[in-house]
Write a protein of this length. Sequence first.
Length: 243
Amino acid sequence: MPLGLEWLALVPMGWGIDVTIVVAQWVAGLPGNVWKMPKLPTSGAILIALGGCWLCLWQGGWRWWGSAGIVVGLATMLLTRPPDIVLGDLGRLLAVRGTDGDYYVAPAAEKISRSFLMSETGATLLPWPAKSDSDAGGPLDCSNGRCTYTAQGRRIAVVTAESGLPVPCYTVDAIVAQMPAGFRCKSQIPVADRIDSWRQGSIALWIGPDGVAVESANASRGDRPWVPHPVSRRERERAAEGR
């Protein structure tokens, strides 16, 4: 390099990198290169790790009992179910799960958020329907900035524009909005909006016959110093006045 001769090594190195990229792209384009797999839960990962340690550390015949832990750990994937609705990235990411397991994604979602959703769920991402898809057997019935998502006998209001607000609380089982939805319904039904995404991180909703389960990223990570828990300026002012 001090003599200006680094190209003698770097140029052939670039050829090798180019060949590696071409081979990787060719393999990625083969049929069946991506399989839809359920997400491995934390308990399953622990069982697989313990089973692998048991299998590798012992020497007797009983070491093969570690295989049972690995099998059980892999089987836990069958007990997981992807969320029915995802709201994240300060409300920009909004996705609802279709009847075939793929997700309808609102146009405001950024490319990196779409990539994370696709890698976590293994699902195909579909464009948000411009009009109601309920006539075609889909789960969304959309009009005037609001969609009604129906699953498991429950009705969820999915709001994508200010014109879709307000939502009568008694008409739905939950509200998910890409903008602030107000506080009127929060004491009656689950509500997830842009403010909640700012406070709690990404929010996932699972819809079942017994109700709507809501889980946020920050709540699942616990109250730790590195987990953000933002507060509004009004809350900071109230806290300062109370001192």
